[in-house]
Design a protein around this ligand. Structure first.
Ligand code: WT7
Length: 672
C-alpha cells in the first residue's frame, strides 16, 4: 500500500465500491499494470476479444516508432483487422447483447421542459437512416463530414452514421465563430456540413444556420467550393419552449445547397450495411489549438480508439450495467467524443446527454438532473465546480444526490479546495473523485486514479492507466527518477493515441516528437512526489487553458493584430477564480494615445468574432513597448508576472531595455 506523505490527507476507496469493482484494490491495479507493460500483446488482445471483427488482425496489437532519428513516426494497432465502430457500439448490443430496449441516452434540453429518451434500438435505426441520407448525398468512405451542432441526439446520430459508412467526422464546437468553422471546413475539405437552425444557450438564442452560412460564404471567398450540401436540423423550431421562436429565427436558405434533416430522414430506409473498415482507417478529425495559432486536425483511427475509450470508460468509472452516467462536456471537445459517445456506447451504458448550462434556469440545475435521472457516475470540469461552489451548499440541499457513486474531473489541474468541495459537498464524502489527465491527442485517459483501487490525493491525477508508461525529463532530455519535476512524456503508445495531424505528418512529428527523440511530448509540466504520484503543473509551451479549453497565445495575438490600430500584441495567462486561467493581453498601438474603452471593447469583440466567446480577453493593457530579449524575442515570463502584479522579477539581464518593465507596471491600473 502507498505510504502517504506526512501531513497530506489521503482518501481511500470506500469498501462498498471495492466489493463489486473491476479493479478492486491497489494491488490488483499494480498486477494488471505490470501485465499491460510486460505483455501488451496479450493484454490488448484480451480487450479486443469482446468486439466484433469482420476479419482478424494479421499483425501485432501495437507497433510503433517514436524515434525520429530512426524513421517516420507511426503507431499501428491490429494491422489487417477489419471492423466497424458503429457496429460495435450499436448493432453488437442490439443483436448480440439483447440491449435493444436499454436506454442509450436521456436527453435533457436547455429548458427543463424538454427531454426525451432514446434506446439502443432507436439509436441504431436513426443512425442507419442518417447513414443512408449521407450516402444519398454522395458521401463515400474516407470523405469528411463537418458537424456544427449543439448537444442534441442528432449530433450522436450523425457521428455514428459517419462511422457506419466510413466517412470521417470533423465536429466543430458550436460555440466557435464562423471564421473558426470556415478554417476547419477548409482544412478538412468536407463535402457536407451538418448543422441546426439554432439553439438556446441559457436565455440566448444562437442562430447556428446563419453562422454556418457565413462560414460557407467565407470558404467560397477563399476559393473553396467544397461543401455541396448543408444538412439542417430543425431543432429550435421544433423543440422550443414557447413554440414561437421559429418566427424569431428566420433561417436563411440556399435551396441549391440546403436540405432539411426531417425531410430527407423521413423516407430514408432504416437498414444500412456497415462499411468494413481497416483497423487503421481514420475515424475522425478533431481540431485542437496549435502553438503557431493554426488549429491542428488530430486524427484518431478505428480499432485503437475503440479499444482504448471502451477500456478506460469501464475501469475509470467502474462501469456496471445499471449505472446512469453523466458527462457534462460538449461533444465538440474530445471529452465528449470519447466519454459521451464512443466509450459509454461501447460498454452498452446509459448516459445523460445535456444541452444546457449549469446555472440555467437556476443554479441547482446540475443537482436537479442528478436527482431526476438518479445519476451514479458524474464527470465534469474544475471550472464548473468552481462556478457552482460560489453558490454555496444551499442549491444542493434541495436535491437527493444519494445515487452518486463516483465523481470525475477533467480539463485542467483541479485546485485542492475545489477537489474537497466536490468530494465533501457533491459526493457527500462517499464518492471517489477521479482526476483524469489526458488530451485531445491521447484519445483517452492516460494518468488517472481507478476509483476502487487508488488512494487519492486532492489535485493529483495519481498514476498511469494500463499500457501507459510516463516519464519525466529535464530540458536536456535526461530522464529524472524519484521525486522530481520536469516535462511529462510517454515512452510508448497505447491504442488510443493520435496517429497524425490531418495532411501534416511533418507538423505531427515536429510538435510531439522532435524535442525528445523516443518520446511523445505532452507539452505539460509534471511533478512526481515521494509516493510516486504524478501532479500536472500546467502547460509549459505557449498554450493557455481557459475553463478547460486549450488555446494558443499565437491565435489570440493574431486576432488582436487584425485591428488597424494595433502594431504588436502579446498574450499571457493570469489565474482566474472560476476559469482557472484567463487572458491578459498587452497591445502596442501605432499611436498609444488611441488607447481607450472603445478600443478595448472593439478588441474584445474582434477576438470573440475570430475565435469564439471562450477566447474573450479579460484584460487588455496598453503597452508602449514590450519586454524583449536583445534578439527580439518577447519575454512572456515577465509579461506573466506583470499581469499577476508580481513585483519580484528576478534576473532581467537578458532584457534589451529594462525600463519597459517599469512603464508596464505603472500602466497596469489602466488595463480593462
Ligand atoms: C490539456 C489538454 C482531455 C480533455 C479536455 C482537454 C490539460 C486536461 C487535466 C487534468 C491537469 C489537465 C492539460 C492537457 N488537462 N486534463 N486532469 N489535470 N491538466 O483536452 O483541449 O486537448 O487539453 O488540458 O494541460 O495538456 P485538450
Amino acid at each position: 500500500m502507498v505510504v502517504p506523505e506526512s501531513q497530506e490527507k489521503m482518501y481511500y476507496p470506500p469498501v462498498e465500491l471495492q466489493r463489486n469493482a473491476h479493479v478492486p484494490d491497489f494491488n490488483s491495479y499494480l498486477v494488471m499494470y505490470k501485465k499491460s507493460l510486460e505483455n501488451p500483446e496479450a493484454f490488448w488482445r484480451e480487450v479486443a476479444d469482446e468486439f466484433f471483427w469482420k476479419k482478424p488482425a494479421t499483425g501485432p496489437m501495437l507497433q510503433h516508432n517514436f524515434d525520429m532519428t530512426k524513421g517516420n513516426i507511426f503507431v499501428n494497432c491490429m494491422e489487417g483487422a477489419k471492423t466497424n465502430m458503429c457496429y460495435n457500439v450499436l448493432d453488437r448490443h442490439v443483436k448480440e447483447g439483447k440491449l435493444g430496449e436499454k436506454v442509450a441516452y436521456y436527453w435533457e434540453g436547455n429548458s427543463p421542459d424538454h427531454h426525451m429518451t432514446i434506446t439502443y434500438r432507436q439509436l441504431l435505426s436513426h443512425v442507419c437512416r442518417c447513414a443512408n441520407v449521407l450516402k444519398q448525398m454522395g458521401v463515400k468512405r474516407g470523405d469528411r463530414v463537418s458537424i456544427y451542432l449543439p448537444m442534441i441526439p442528432e449530433l450522436i446520430v450523425t457521428m455514428l452514421a459517419c462511422a457506419r459508412i466510413g466517412a470521417v467526422h470533423s465536429i466543430v464546437f458550436a460555440g466557435f465563430s464562423s471564421e473558426s468553422l470556415c478554417e476547419r471546413i477548409m482544412d478538412a475539405q468536407s463535402s457536407v456540413l451538418v448543422t441546426a437552425d439554432g439553439v438556446y444557450r441559457g436565455e440566448k438564442l444562437i442562430n447556428l444556420k446563419q453562422i454556418s452560412d457565413e462560414a460557407l460564404e467565407k470558404c467560397r471567398e477563399k476559393g473553396s467550393s467544397g461543401v455541396t450540401t448543408c444538412l439542417v436540423i430543425k431543432h429550435q423550431a421544433q423543440r422550443t419552449r414557447t413554440g414561437t421562436s421559429c418566427n424569431k429565427l428566420q433561417t436563411p436558405w440556399e435551396s441549391e445547397r440546403d436540405v432539411w434533416w426531417d425531410e430527407v430522414m423521413r423516407d430514408s430506409p432504416d437498414e444500412c450495411e456497415p462499411e468494413w473498415m481497416d483497423a487503421e482507417d481514420p475515424l475522425f478529425i478533431l481540431y485542437t489549438s496549435g502553438s503557431t495559432g493554426k488549429p491542428k486536425g488530430v486524427v484518431h483511427t478505428v480499432a485503437g480508439y475503440l479499444l482504448y475509450t471502451s477500456l478506460t470508460f469501464r475501469y475509470v468509472f467502474d462501469h456496471h450495467p445499471d449505472d446512469v452516467y453523466w458527462c457534462t462536456a460538449d461533444i465538440g471537445w474530445i471529452t465528449g467524443h470519447s466519454y459521451i459517445t464512443y466509450g459509454p456506447l461501447a460498454n452498452g451504458a446509459t448516459s445523460v446527454l445535456f444541452e444546457g448550462l449549469p446555472v440555467h434556469p437556476h443554479v441547482g440545475r446540475f443537482w436537479e438532473i442528478i436527482e431526476k435521472y438518479k445519476v451514479t457516475k458524474f464527470y465534469t470540469a474544475p471550472t464548473a465546480i468552481r462556478l457552482l461552489m460560489k453558490y454555496g451548499q444551499e442549491p444542493l440541499r434541495k436535491y437527493d444526490l444519494s445515487s452518486l457513486r463516483i465523481l470525475g474531473t477533467v480539463g485542467e489541474p483541479i485546485n485542492p479546495e475545489a477537489w474537497r468541495w466536490y468530494h465533501e459537498v457533491v459526493g457527500q464524502g462517499r464518492c471517489p473523485v477521479v482526476d483524469t489527465f489526458w488530451q485531445t491527442e491521447t484519445g483517452g485517459h492516460v494518468l488517472t486514479p481507478l476509483p476502487a483501487a487508488t488512494p487519492l490525493k486532492p489535485g493529483s491525477a495519481t498514476f498511469p492507466f494500463f499500457g501507459v508508461e510516463p516519464a519525466i525529463l529535464n530540458e536536456h532530455g535526461e530522464e529524472l527518477e524519484g521525486v522530481t519535476e520536469g516535462y511529462l512524456v510517454f515512452r510508448k503508445p497505447w491504442p488510443g493515441i493520435m496517429r497524425t495531424i490531418y495532411k501534416n505528418q511533418e507538423l505531427f512529428e515536429n510538435t510531439y516528437f522532435r524535442k525528445f527523440p523516443g518520446f511523445y511530448v505532452t507539452g505539460d509540466g509534471c511533478r512526481r512526489d515521494k509516493d510516486g504520484y504524478y501532479w500536472i503543473t500546467g502547460r509549459i509551451d505557449d498554450m493557455l487553458n481557459v475553463s478547460g479549453h486549450l488555446m494558443s497565445t499565437a491565435e489570440v495575438e493574431a486576432a488582436l493584430m487584425l485591428h488597424q490600430s494595433v502594431s504588436e500584441a502579446a498574450v499571457v495567462s493570469r489565474p482566474h477564480k472560476v476559469k482557472g486561467e484567463c487572458l491578459y493581453c498587452f497591445v502596442t498601438l501605432k499611436d498609444s494615445k488611441e488607447f481607450n474603452c472603445k478600443l478595448v471593447e472593439d478588441l474584445k469583440r474582434l477576438v470573440r468574432e475570430k475565435i469564439g466567446p471562450i477566447a474573450t480577453p479579460d484584460f487588455i493593457q496598453n503597452a508602449p513597448a514590450l519586454p524583449k530579449t536583445r534578439s527580439g524575442k518577447i519575454m512572456r515570463r515577465i509579461l506573466r508576472q506583470i499581469a499577476r502584479n508580481e513585483k519580484d522579477l528576478g534576473d532581467l539581464s537578458t532584457l534589451a531595455d529594462p525600463k519597459v518593465v517599469e512603464v508596464l507596471f505603472n500602466q497596469r491600473s489602466e488595463a480593462a
